[in-house]
Write a protein that binds this ligand. Structure first.
Ligand code: NAD
Length: 383
């Protein structure tokens, strides 16, 4: 297949859907790759590096989209600055990338009209055999890492214990709320920097994962129905959240950094830190709210902004992977190529639509919505 990789046009987006290494990986299957001139600029990947890897550089979005039967993207197609990305994808073509179908129903409609087969990276099922295609986990890993570095840079203390001739500096205390992929990576990064780390997550399996990283798990009586059969967090009762907030409140006076990542799929993020609770934190401390775009775990969070209140910086973190674009693009590129190679195996007619992986992440095919959970929501909202 001919694969086109455009330059991302979303504001602040620095990632690119393929890197030279992942171009080489996909070329081995006999595909051709076309990259828009300058697509790798944000991630410090020059056109020459892409050419050396075997890709062809195409100038301008229109010509680029014309060159590919399949389009690999990072962000969902946008219509801005005179470019209409969904409209440029070839009729009967293939789209692979983040799609956020629930918030981009218009794009989905256009995919249906133009018979585009689309795969949404958010919907790759989180099962063992799809781990190498799981871009949500890759990007959460980068975000958890970067969140700690931003906190370290912003706070007015140092992370590690230091015993110096000028006296002893005590280590920073970091509190992690939600220990999924991002939270666990934040724990690991904060530990590497020498902080004292405490964490909480309502899913029972997480306790051991937190401890194995050398952090303290905040013990609480966990509700019996904290997670779904698939191991994902469920929305918790207001009574439990109240108890959790008390436990958090008791730790805030000593927390130099809070990294909050608590989320429940498809719901607003739970509110765990009120404005009043922020007052409990030491002056100069930092909250990095990775749930900012889902409403935030802290009441004072504003997505994409730094709010200073009561001497505390509250950072509404948005798209942290774009701050580490070289490695984030490499990981994303690997995920997208692994998915594509799995779907379009050499010498086959295309995806086996009875398989759980395409069943989960294929949103549109043959002019119809084929993802069952999205179909119900799309139809309920009216086509
Ligand atoms: P996420 O980003 O949706 O949520 C972050 C964390 O917030 C979760 O760990 C959740 O339990 C936690 N949370 C929810 N309510 C909370 C509350 N009130 N207080 C504190 N924390 C709260 O999660 P994620 O990192 O994308 O995924 C986590 C789940 O996905 C886990 O079950 C994990 O094992 C699973 N997973 C599986 C695979 C795989 O098998 N391929 C890959 C990645 C993740």
């Amino acid at each position: 297949m001919k694969i086109a990789v455009p330059k991302e046009i979303a504001a602040g987006e620095t990632r690119v859907a393929l890197t030279p290494a992942t171009v080489k990986q996909i070329l081995r299957d006999g595909h051709e790759v076309f990259i828009e001139a300058g697509a790798g600029e944000g991630a410090s990947i020059s056109d020459e590096k892409f050419t050396a890897a075997g890709a062809r550089i195409v100038k301008g979005a229109e010509r680029l989209y014309e060159s590919g039967e399949a389009v690999f993207k990072v962000r969902t197609p946008l219509q801005q600055g005179g470019v209409d990305e969904a409209g440029l994808i070839k009729k009967d073509g293939v789209y692979v990338g983040f799609l956020s179908p629930f918030s981009t129903k218009e794009t989905v409609k256009r995919f249906l009209e133009r018979n585009i087969t689309s795969y949404s990276m958010e919907y790759v099922p989180r099962i063992t055999r799809a781990q190498s295609m799981d871009a949500l986990s890759s990007m959460a890993t980068v975000a958890g890492y970067k969140a700690v570095l931003i906190a370290a840079d912003r706070m007015q203390k140092m992370f590690p214990l230091m015993m110096t001739a000028a006296g002893t500096i005590s280590p920073a205390t970091v509190l992690i709320l939600g220990a999924g992929v991002a939270g666990l990576q934040a724990i690991a990064t904060a530990k590497r920097l020498g902080a004292k780390v405490e964490a909480f997550d309502p899913r029972p399996a997480v306790r051991e994962q937190v401890k194995s990283l050398g952090a303290t798990f905040i013990e609480m009586e966990l509700p019996e129905d904290a997670e779904t059969a698939g191991g994902y967090a469920k929305e918790l009762s207001p009574e439990f959240i109240k108890k959790e907030m008390e436990a958090i409140g008791s730790r805030l006076p000593k927390a130099d950094v809070v990294i909050s990542t608590a989320q429940v799929f498809g719901k607003k993020a739970p509110l765990l830190i009120t404005g009043e609770m922020v007052k409990l934190m030491p002056a100069g401390s930092v909250i990095i709210d990775l749930a900012a775009e889902q409403g935030g775990n802290c009441e004072l969070t504003v997505a994409g902004k730094v709010v200073e209140q009561h001497g505390v910086s509250i950072i509404g973190a948005v798209n942290l992977p774009a701050m580490v674009p070289t490695d984030a693009s490499q990981m994303y590129g690997k995920n997208i190529v692994n998915l594509f190679q799995y779907l379009y195996k050499k010498d086959t007619d295309g995806p086996d639509i009875t398989d759980d992986i395409p069943k989960g992440c294929c949103i549109t095919r043959g002019g119809e919505i084929v993802n069952e959970s999205f179909k119900a929501a799309f139809t309920a909202g009216g086509k």
